[in-house]
Design a binder for this molecule. Sequence first.
Ligand code: SAM
Length: 253
Amino acid sequence: MTDQLPDNNRTYYHAYEDRYIAVYRSGARFWNPHEPSSALAEFLDTHDYSNKNVLELGCGEGFESFYLASRGLNVTAVDISPTVIEKCRALASDRGIEINFRVGDMTQLEALAGKSFELVVNVGSYHMLHQHRHRERCLREVNRLLVPGGRLFFQNGLNLKEAAVYFPEDSERIKAFQELRLKYRPGQPAPRRVVINGREETISLPISPKTWFGRLDDYAAEIKAAGFKGEQAFRTNRDRINIGWEAVVIAGK
Ligand SMILES: C[S@@+](CC[C@H](N)C(=O)[O-])C[C@H]1O[C@@H](n2cnc3c(N)ncnc32)[C@H](O)[C@@H]1O
């Protein structure tokens, strides 16, 4: 499932691996601890998926995966970083929770052939796919793995210009974030706050690799083009999963 990334683009897609390694080497337990998505919680409150199969793509440290398991779903979770998947497996084993954590590329999920899912969740990782054709391929894979009538729950970083229009109350923070992005180029070392033994400390980490933050309509259009029927689409600044401003799209197959 891994190591066959197209377009010689492996460096970009594997960049998180190096960052997770650096964070855990520093003694920090997590790269980015966060509460599971509240939009996902609300979705599960109104749609009963207990005992159904869910696939999480780009699960990172597994905050949504563990939450989905706590809501009674059978979880398979994929991330391209072997280090973070190892971390998730250790957490699952410590907590006595069964989740099928796998190293994999969300644009190439052949290793899941023969499996099917009622729900696919993508929180905070689609925008890592900065090439349009990789996003297309990812959504094709999602469509292939979903049962008819299955759903995609999608929550990803919102384009900052659009965030400034819809969340004027956050304009100062949005501006500060835009300035930070201009100051540090992808791959350059930048200061990062992590918690080590209960104390906040600053370590140096390469800045986030290139990402693509769409407008809500961009995300919805790509999902529709992959053959999904949109059910809900909205912007939120409540969840702090990534940078704080996100697009949520819920779509059915
Ligand atoms: C911003 S982190 C978000 C992690 C997690 N979803 C969260 O919200 O905490 C993006 C994650 O996407 C993963 N990733 C990047 N490209 C990927 C790919 N092609 N396939 C699977 N995972 C990928 C990275 O390793 C990283 O863990």
